[in-house]
Design a protein around this ligand. Structure first.
Ligand code: NCD
Length: 311
């Protein structure tokens, strides 16, 4: 296993063998999870703290399950119950976590860069579970694993990431991971929601679903992240759906065996039609959630190996 760092803060900077090894390990956890033989003692005696400054259902639960399946003691700290609400700074929180001898720290924060700052102040290995509009590395890993299971590879695939790219840390991590692994990545959305950095990342930008989806192997839909928008960057939800919402008519532009993905939470009828989200053969949204647990087990496993070396 070639993982070069103590933390997992971003996909940017990882090289193909690091990503491939993580995906291979995650695949073995996916098989183990399906076999039902999941309780292991790899992280026995280790403390994993889920520190969530933003709401989350699936990511927090997924890390909790991953930690428990590997035998760690898992503690969930959310802002509403912690003293952060009473004005404690991020750095005070860090010294509290150090005093608790936390080994693995999973952080979600509204500010880009917060997990990185914490990683400089805590003894634990830090995993970024989503920071502002920056990155969400484990989401990109689980997306890649889901794609690989269906298409057998990442290299050469046409992947269309559609909707609110500008505010999406999921899109940013996916652009880094997929271009690093040799996929041909497109971003599709209204000009106001396509970031200027797309070209720098080697990604092609489209403002029209027909052209953007033509020949795509993978269609990844994203939520309109209104909480991160300043002012009216999009028209009404109805109008957005008309131009950019994925329905059967627009999906027909992509390859007939293309798969449909969404990181959740979905806004049905805004970026995706219910019939497509629930499509029995084309939608892999449920499998993304399943692969999320396997990928997080792989990440916890690899980072814990680094901790053991440091003991
Ligand atoms: C994403 C996130 O939080 O960045 N959700 C997730 O982790 N499953 C996407 C989103 O909030 O739209």
């Amino acid at each position: 296993m070639t993982y070069p760092r103590k933390h997992l803060l971003a996909i940017e900077g990882l090289e193909p063998p690091h990503i491939a090894d993580l995906l291979d390990l995650a695949e073995s956890y996916a098989l183990l999870n399906r076999s039902g033989k999941t309780q292991r003692d790899l992280l026995k005696g280790r403390t994993l703290i889920n520190l969530f400054f933003e709401d989350s259902t699936r990511t927090r639960t997924s890390f909790e399950l991953a930690g428990k399946r590997l035998g760690a003691d898992v503690i969930n700290m959310s802002v509403s119950t912690s003293s952060v609400n009473k004005g404690e700074t991020l750095l005070d929180t860090a010294s509290t976590l150090n005093a608790m001898h936390c080994d693995l720290l999973v952080v979600r924060h509204g500010q880009s860069g917060a997990p990185s700052l914490l990683s400089q102040k805590v003894d634990a290995a830090v995993i970024n579970a989503g920071d502002g509009t920056h990155e969400h590395p484990t989401q990109a890993l689980l997306d890649a694993l889901t794609i690989r299971r269906h298409k057998g590879r990442l290299e050469g695939l046409i992947v269309a990431i559609c909707g609110d790219i500008a505010h999406s840390r999921v899109a940013r991590s996916n652009m880094h991971l997929l271009t690093t692994m040799g996929s041909r990545v497109r971003v599709v959305g209204p000009p106001t929601l396509i970031p200027a950095e797309a070209a720098r990342l080697g990604v092609e930008a489209f403002h029209d679903m027909k052209a953007g989806l033509a020949g795509a192997d993978v269609v990844m839909m994203l939520r309109l992240q209104r909480e991160r928008m300043s002012g009216g960057m999009v028209p009404s939800a109805r109008e957005f759906f008309r131009f950019y919402g994925l329905d059967a008519e627009k999906l027909a532009f992509a390859k007939p065996d293309s798969i449909v993905m969404h990181p959740g939470p979905m806004n049905r009828g805004v970026e995706i039609d219910s019939a497509i989200a629930d499509h029995p053969t084309r939608s892999v949204i449920g499998e993304q959630v399943e692969m999320g647990v396997a990928c997080r087990m792989a990440v916890l496993d690899v980072l814990a190996r680094g901790l053991r070396r440091n003991v």
